[in-house]
Design a protein around this ligand. Sequence first.
Ligand code: IMP
Length: 198
Amino acid sequence: MKKIILATGNRHKVSEIKALLKGLPLKILTLEDYPGAVMPEEDRPTFSGNAVKKAEAVARATGEMALADDSGLEVDFLDGRPGVLSARYAGEDQDHEANNCLLLKELLNVPQKERTASFRCAIAVAVPGDQTYLVEESCTGSILQSRRGEGGFGYDPLFYYEPAGATFAEMPAEEKNMVSHRGKALRRTRELLERLLT
Ligand code: IMP
């Protein structure tokens, strides 16, 4: 059976990706199975650049097919910030709460109609001896003036998704997955892998 290495150190992502790839004729391994393979720094200016860099580095180090993703939030009023720095927006050692506080501060007094934003996700699959395939998806909404909802993670309590009339933090996980940047990108990645495996 072919192998695919998930190029992420995030356990939550590993289980999410494994669930979405379930049933494919693929042995899914992680970096824990390859202690020698080190993840490169996420220093590219785009989500796709970071995803490709990580997938290719892990494919090179292991000799196997590798999958990596990168995602984040782009706020139009902030010219696309926090963008690729979404996880570290308020600083390297800060948490989601600090990131949300900074976002609210930067958008203070900005009217609701100018608070449009998109979550973006890029997933790269590097195939040794072949090429690197890229899938990109997004989900558009707007940033509220205060948090709503208890679910999700990151910027979810501030991200209002108009068609649902709710923030991502107010939507059940399955509902968010149906429309989210990452849910859509992972489903397309599954289709891509199905094609590559036949
Ligand atoms: P990562 O590159 O996928 O680890 O995501 C980087 C950062 O983007 C996360 O730490 C979050 O701050 C933000 N982010 C990405 N996807 C989501 C989401 O679905 N909801 C909320 N925040 C997200």
